[in-house]
Design a protein around this ligand. Structure first.
Ligand code: NAG
Ligand code: NAG
Ligand code: NAG
Length: 475
């Protein structure tokens, strides 16, 4: 009874001030901009906000607010002017009427939403338009359900799946933030290939996996997150494996991509892309510490913020270098600098690449990543034609770099043999086959045989002895 009385008193007050309002509507603009109530998500049509606040305010009162989703809503009369920033129960609680649904309200799952309300459908934002219909953006998404189903239905020799880490991203975002290797320049492309003397005696087995030949020396795939820096991830991964192999396991450093991303900044873009020739230059001349010492910190926003370099090296004689600082990770004291020799380019000949991997360890390769590669789950990848009938924004590609660690072949039910490479990606271990993928071999699939790089770690007997000394001390 008392409440009802109070309510009508407020309503009377509200009506009283009504006349003086139009003059102030102008200054209202600022408040509207500060609280775009409908722009962040679906409006909650049932909540009791003004009620929980304990009442409504007459006239304009910018303090008369309640937290609402990730913004605020108003319980003062002024909000009625634009509807957009009133709390959902403003009408029922403050005015005792039903909300003035504009003719342009939209329906979804049995609820009505005001014009301007939004929700996200995969990578596209849908907005309730003036015509009472949801209007959705039309970006190609990184995960497209129909593409996954088509790939799995038509049997291309590999299977596709939905990845929650890619859900909600556009294809453009995937290409811009999950890859990050600049195509080598013409000069680099013309780099001489090493001459390999392949003779008939070289037996190349039908299956080879570096992880079997060198157990404990082939490093697990890392996750670059939304950091457009495969240039740093593939380079440090190949160098890590090569140093471990050449030191015969005396050292098995997982080299730090972050050290390259933050410190190899000459002509390099960090998490905004970079060049592998620059990365090898840095590894040779400056060297990097381990991932444990200088851990990767994935960017929290896109485009990524630029991270300050925390670890340089300085010359200490005979080509050796020493870290200038303690490890950025304060739990790690082992700040040894690891360097490589100059990289060398292999020919695009399948057998020469195989021999190199078998003799010396994993190699680095650039690769064109197409839209269907993101959803790869297992099998032998080949770029498919499932999107050929779609508009061109659904069919895009960009350059990436990966680490090839082996090969094999598989017979299908028709008795046809399919040859493949085994390669490590940098999208975490839950992607593909434990972070790895297999891709058709001998046909330059996605240009993976176009530009292949090998390298020697710079490992001396002294390094090995030193390392033993360190290890011994640790125990
Ligand atoms: C609130 O807005 C509605 C629709 O614009 C209008 O009909 C009504 O008179 C307004 N009420 C007050 C108290 O201003
Ligand atoms: C894909 O995964 C996301 C997040 O895990 C989920 O919300 C979405 O419904 C899934 N999409 C399909 C087509 O299964
Ligand atoms: C990602 O890296 C590539 C290669 O360096 C570059 O061309 C592209 O602009 C980068 N994208 C972003 C968003 O930084």
């Amino acid at each position: 009874m008392l409440k009802l009385l109070m309510l009508s008193a407020i309503t009377a007050l509200l009506l009283l001030v009504e006349g003086g309002m139009s003059a102030r509507t102008q200054s209202r603009t600022k408040r509207e901009l500060a609280s775009p109530l409908h722009l962040r998500g679906i409006r909650d049509p049932f909540g009791s906000y003004c009620q929980r606040r304990g009442g409504c305010c007459p006239g304009r009162d910018d303090q008369c607010t309640v937290p609402y989703q990730d913004t605020i809503c108003y319980c003062d009369l002024f909000c009625n002017r634009t509807v957009s920033d009133c709390c959902p129960d403003f009408w029922s609680h403050c005015l005792g009427t039903t909300p003035p649904y504009p003719p342009s309200s939209c329906e979804r799952n049995g609820h009505r939403f005001h014009s301007g309300a939004t929700y996200k459908e995969n990578c596209n934002l849908c907005t309730c338009g003036q015509n009472g219909r949801w209007e959705c953006e039309l970006h190609a998404c990184l995960i497209e359900d129909d593409m996954i189903q088509e790939i799995n239905r038509r049997g291309y020799g590999w299977r596709a799946t939905n990845y929650s880490q890619f859900w909600g991203m556009t294809l453009d975002e995937g290409l811009r933030y999950r890859l990050g290797t600049q195509r080598p320049s013409r000069t680099i492309m013309n780099m001489n290939e090493i001459q390999m003397n392949m003779n008939g005696n070289d037996h190349l087995p039908s299956y080879f996996n570096a992880a079997d030949k060198w157990p404990g020396k082939i490093h697990e795939p890392l996750d670059q997150g939304n950091c457009n820096a495969s240039w740093a991830f593939s380079t440090s991964a190949v160098a890590s494996d090569r140093i471990s192999i050449q030191s015969m396991g005396h050292m098995t450093p997982q080299l730090s991509p972050q050290n390259l991303i933050s410190c190899d900044i000459r002509h390099q873009g960090g998490c905004s892309g970079g060049r592998i020739d620059g990365a090898w230059w840095y590894l040779r001349r400056r060297g990097v510490v381990t991932e444990e010492c200088y851990p990767f910190s994935p960017p929290q926003q896109t485009p990524a913020e630029v991270a300050r370099c925390m670890m340089q090296s300085r010359a200490v004689g005979r080509g050796k270098r020493q870290a200038t600082a303690h490890c950025p990770n304060s739990y790690s004291y082992h700040n040894n600098i690891y360097q490589s020799t100059p990289p060398y380019r292999l020919s695009s000949n399948e057998n020469e690449i195989m021999k190199e991997i078998m003799d010396n360890g994993p190699v680095q390769a650039i690769m064109e990543v197409h839209e269907d590669f993101f959803v790869y789950k297992s099998g032998i990848y080949r770029h498919t034609d499932v999107n050929y009938h779609k508009p061109s924004e659904y069919r895009k590609h960009a350059t990436h770099s990966v680490r090839i660690t082996g090969w094999g072949e598989e017979r299908d039910y028709n008795g046809r043999t399919h040859k493949y490479w085994i390669a490590a990606n940098s999208w975490g271990k839950n992607w593909g086959e434990d972070g790895y993928f297999r891709i058709a071999r001998g046909v330059n699939e996605c240009e993976i045989e176009t530009f292949v790089i090998g390298v020697w770690g710079r490992v001396t007997m002294e390094d090995m002895l030193n390392h033993h000394h360190h290890q011994g001390r640790r125990k």
